[in-house]
Design a protein around this ligand. Structure first.
Ligand SMILES: NC(=O)C1=CN([C@@H]2O[C@H](COP(=O)(O)OP(=O)(O)OC[C@H]3O[C@@H](n4cnc5c(N)ncnc54)[C@H](OP(=O)(O)O)[C@@H]3O)[C@@H](O)[C@H]2O)[C@@H](O)CC1
Ligand SMILES: Nc1ncnc2c1ncn2[C@@H]1O[C@H](COP(=O)(O)OP(=O)(O)O)[C@@H](O)[C@H]1O
Length: 493
């Protein structure tokens, strides 16, 4: 069976999946496996710990009650503070626990204060994907108390108090050391300040067929082996004319480095012939790049034989929109970046266009503000794809690719990549893959992952002092890593 891409589920997706599991008679079993996975992770990471389990009224609480039963069965010191159970399976699991003689006390501020004094680990099953913000004051007081205790917290599915669907988190949301992820990643575990609450992500296998989650996934995260299968393969008789002719169009006085970095990205991602066109004088820092100075880019490029791919906009300045319009009329695969990312492109882009905005540029393209983008990167990427009818890479840590075939979250990267020029490099990488014949979505997904992987490799040496040039030097190694990656198992717990 081919491996499934890792699913990303919203709260609505989890609800729909649960309804399917319920109809199939598998929901009870799924909760049993969820609770067992939590108990196993708790024992593996905190051997011998005295465990305090906090169980809410919904299914998240049910998972915690199952975990308590497994911990008890294994002879561990497990105590439970619970809210009144509302979910039928949560009620059933409470009865099972009571039948084993495990006391379940009512969760209250005084009970919590006492229990925290004799615990080494908190298991958080208060609120999962069913949480509807805001956190009620009584619950917020409890989560604040747990956060202040300094004890490690292992959250079930999502930390209590984060909205599963967004990158925002209340200050009082629990700060987990680990989160055991059930069924699939949630946006809150991936993006923005909310992701800081999740700690290290652990997999909780629900042991149900992957199709249950896949059917309701809002996005996927592909493994390296799947991406490698899309990378170009050459025959021995390949030559520079068959490896893709790429034009980089950008730069003006003051920002001449940007198109050169893009050119190096294209070179290191396999482009055969790279020409950097600019209205500014560019220094010949990389002799393999052909540099062309133009008096007027729009006019001068008109008459030349068209390349296999174009990347345009980096450091180009206020003329970028005019030049982008002209380039789009050539109808070759085109990456638009930086200054070329303007809302006037609506209706001008074609299907082989790739837009590569960071959140600020995405806000400009959608006529909104940056927080609206960073709050919901998946929604923003989808909105951009629909509006501009092309492939969109919304950059960040992590990035999102929106194509006509759906949303993909790009794995990896490194915080050291937060430095100028990193996006220019990526634009060149994607253009090189387009020039080697990949479709716009494939070039964007594979290019973004190559760039992220190269960043991970370069960070081993350079850490937060990473430069785009350092990352460029690792693109070949990143390519090799992808080609030798084994398919990852996503048992979709
Ligand atoms: N397929 C899967 O992935 C599987 C997932 N599973 C698990 O199911 C979890 C989702 O469970 P769920 O739907 O029962 O919701 P959950 O998060 O427990 O919370 C609901 C309760 O919270 C309450 N509540 C809400 N907002 C609140 C607020 N602001 N402040 C205070 N209270 C608030 C709300 O109260 P009410 O509005 O009803 O008064 C309701 O009672 C999921 O995260 C995973 O752990 C596994 O068991 C099996 C398979
Ligand atoms: N914390 C991070 N984790 C992973 N990747 C990151 C991180 N910060 C930045 N990046 C990557 O670096 C690139 C930055 O792009 P951009 O902001 O356009 O840079 P520039 O305009 O300086 O070239 C993007 O590909 C982004 O995904």
């Amino acid at each position: 069976m081919p491996p499934h891409p890792e699913p990303v589920l919203t709260a609505g997706g989890v609800r729909a999946m649960d309804a399917d599991l319920d109809r199939a008679g598998l929901l009870d079993l799924a909760m049993e496996h969820a609770g067992r996975a939590v108990a196993d992770h708790a024992r593996a990471h905190f051997p011998g710990a005295r465990v305090l389990l906090l169980a809410g009224s919904g299914a998240n609480g049910g998972d915690a009650l199952v975990a308590a039963r497994h911990l008890h069965a294994l002879g561990e010191d497990a105590r439970v503070l619970a809210l009144p159970a509302r979910h039928p399976l949560t009620r059933a699991n409470r009865r099972r626990l009571t039948a084993l003689g495990v006391p379940t006390a009512r969760l209250s501020a005084p009970a919590l204060a006492g229990a925290l004094r004799r615990a080494d680990l908190i298991i958080d099953g208060l609120l999962g994907t069913g949480f509807v913000p805001p956190l009620q004051p009584a619950l917020a007081a409890l989560t604040a108390r747990v956060n202040a205790s300094g004890l490690p917290v292992l959250s079930i599915d999502v930390p209590t108090g984060v909205n599963a669907d967004t990158a925002e988190a209340d200050d009082d949301a629990l700060r987990a050391t680990y989160t055991v992820v059930l069924a699939g990643l949630k946006p809150t575990l991936l993006f923005g300040p909310a992701a800081h609450h999740a700690g290290t992500l652990l997999h909780g296998d629900l042991r149900v067929p992957p199709a249950f989650a896949a059917r309701h996934a809002v996005a996927t995260r592909e493994d390296d082996a799947a991406l490698a299968a899309r990378l170009p393969v050459r025959f021995a008789d390949a030559h520079k004319g068959t490896a893709g002719r790429v034009w980089v169009v950008g730069g003006h006085p003051g920002t001449t480095g940007a198109p050169l970095i893009a050119g190096v990205g294209a070179l290191r991602a396999g482009a055969g012939l790279i020409t950097v066109h600019s209205e500014a004088d560019l220094p010949l820092l990389t002799p393999e790049l052909m540099l062309r100075r133009h008096a007027d880019l729009t006019r001068d490029l008109q008459d030349q034989a068209k390349p296999d791919a174009v990347v345009l906009g980096m450091g180009l300045g206020s003329r970028a929109l005019t030049v982008a319009r002209a380039a789009l009329a050539w109808d070759v695969p085109t990456v638009l970046d930086a200054d070329a990312l303007q809302p006037e492109l609506t209706g001008v882009t074609h299907a082989r266009t790739v837009l590569t905005p960071h959140p600020g540029e995405a806000a400009r393209l959608l006529g909104t503000d940056t927080p609206a983008i960073t709050r919901d990167p998946l929604g923003a990427a989808r909105a951009l794809q629909e509006r501009y009818a092309c492939t969109v890479l919304l950059k960040g840590g992590p990035s999102v690719v929106a194509g006509p075939d759906g949303l993909t979250v790009v794995r990896g990267g490194h915080p050291g990549m937060a430095s100028g020029g990193m996006g220019d490099l990526l634009g060149g990488v994607i253009a090189a893959l387009l020039g080697q014949g990949l479709s716009a979505p494939d070039a964007t997904r594979a290019g973004a992952r190559l760039h992220a992987r190269a960043g991970e490799r370069a960070a081993v040496t350079h850490g937060y002092g990473l430069s785009a040039t350092d990352v460029a030097a690792e693109l070949g190694g990143a390519w090799a890593d992808l080609m030798t990656a084994r398919p990852a198992e996503f048992p979709v717990g």
